[in-house]
Design a protein around this ligand. Structure first.
Ligand code: HEC
Ligand code: HEC
Length: 254
C-alpha cells in the first residue's frame, strides 16, 4: 500500500511537471504520464507461450493472449511496473479488432508488447521478423504441454497478417475446434517468438530470422517505396488481393 501511494504521488508530481513545462512553452512529453520505454527483463520463451495459450482460453481474445504471454509473465515474475499495465484492454483486438478481420490479434498484441520496450528502427526490425514469420511459415508448430483439445492442427502458411485471410488460408472451418486450437497455438507461438526476439535484443544480438515472402519481395521491387512503379505502402502479400500483371507479357524495363 505505501508503495502504491508513493507511486501515485510520483505520477502526480509528473503531472504537475508537465503543466509547468506547458506553461514554459514546451510540449508535454510522455514521461509526464509515465516512463517510456519500459525496461525489459529476460524470460523463458516457452513460459510465455504456455501463459498465452492458457490466457486465450480464459479471455477468448488472441490479442490479449499474445500480449499477456509477455506482460503477464513479466508481472508475475517481477511485479511493478509490469503489474500496473491493464492487460485486459488488449481484448479489443480479438478477431482482427472487434471482429473486423483486420490485423491478427496475435500480431497486434505481440506488437504492443514489443512497443512498450523498444522504439524506432529496432522495433520495426523486431516486428518485421514477427510478421514475416507469421505470414511465411507453416504454423503453428508450438505444442502446449497440456493441449486443451486433442486435435491434429493442420499446418499452413497464413500468407496474410489479416485475421480474415489468415483464417481462410488455414483451411479450417470458422467455429471449428481445430480453428480455435490453431489460433490458440499460433498466439502462443507468436508470444514465444516475441520473447525470443526481446531476449536477443536485450543482449544487443537481435537478428531477424524470418525474411519477406519471395512473391511479396518480387512485387515490391517496383512498388516498394524506392521502386519504379506506382509506389504504395505495405509489406503484405500482394497476390491475396491483386493479380500478377507481370505474367504473360514482356516488360520493357527491369
Ligand atoms: C517490373 C516492375 C513491376 C513489377 C515487378 C510489378 N509491377 Fe505492378 N506495376 C508496375 C507499373 C510500372 C505499374 C503502372 C503501369 C501499369 O499499369 O502497367 C504497375 C501497376 C500495378 C497495379 C495498378 C494497376 C492498375 O490497373 O491501376 C497493381 C495493382 C500492381 N501493379 C500490382 C502488382 C503486383 C501484385 C505485383 C507482383 C505480383 C506487381 N505489381 C509487380 C510495375 C511492376
Ligand atoms: C488486403 C488487400 C490488399 C493487399 C494485400 C494489397 N493491396 Fe494493393 N490495393 C488494394 C486495394 C483495395 C486497392 C485500391 C484500388 C483497388 O481496388 O484496386 C489497392 C491499390 C493498389 C495499387 C494502385 C494504386 C493506385 O494509385 O491506383 C497498387 C499499385 C497496389 N495496390 C499494389 C499493391 C502491392 C504491390 C501489394 C503488395 C505489396 C498490394 N497492393 C497489396 C488491396 C490490397
Amino acid at each position: 500500500m505505501p508503495e502504491r501511494m508513493t507511486r501515485r504521488r510520483m505520477l502526480g508530481a509528473g503531472g504537475v511537471l508537465g503543466v509547468a513545462m506547458l506553461g514554459a512553452g514546451a510540449l508535454p512529453t510522455l514521461r509526464a504520464a509515465g516512463e517510456f520505454p519500459w525496461p525489459y527483463k529476460r524470460m523463458e520463451p516457452v513460459e510465455a507461450a504456455e501463459r498465452a495459450y492458457e490466457a486465450i482460453f480464459q479471455a477468448g481474445s488472441c490479442m490479449f493472449a499474445a500480449f499477456d504471454g509477455v506482460l503477464g509473465l513479466l508481472a508475475a515474475k517481477f511485479g511493478e511496473p509490469y503489474s500496473t499495465f491493464p492487460n485486459a484492454m488488449m481484448s479489443y483486438g480479438g478477431g482482427g479488432i472487434a471482429g473486423w478481420g483486420t490485423v491478427c490479434g496475435a500480431l497486434n498484441g505481440a506488437s504492443a508488447a514489443v512497443a512498450l520496450f523498444v522504439a524506432g528502427q529496432d522495433r520495426t526490425a523486431i516486428l518485421d521478423d514477427l510478421f514475416n514469420y507469421y505470414v511465411g511459415t507453416e504454423l503453428p508448430t508450438f505444442r502446449p504441454a497440456a493441449p486443451k483439445n486433442e486435435v491434429v492442427v493442420k499446418l499452413a502458411r497464413a500468407k496474410s497478417p489479416l485475421c480474415h485471410a489468415s483464417i481462410a488460408n488455414s483451411g479450417l472451418e470458422m467455429g471449428s475446434t481445430e480453428l480455435w486450437e490453431r489460433c490458440a497455438r499460433l498466439s502462443a507461438e507468436i508470444s514465444m517468438r516475441t520473447v525470443e526476439n526481446l531476449n536477443a535484443w536485450l543482449e544487443g544480438k537481435f537478428v531477424a530470422r524470418a525474411g519477406m515472402m519471395e512473391e511479396t519481395a518480387y512485387c515490391l521491387r517496383c512498388h516498394g517505396l524506392d521502386g519504379k512503379g506506382p509506389i504504395q505502402i505495405g509489406k503484405m502479400d500482394c497476390l491475396g488481393c491483386h493479380e500478377d500483371h507481370t505474367q504473360g507479357y514482356q516488360l520493357t524495363y527491369k
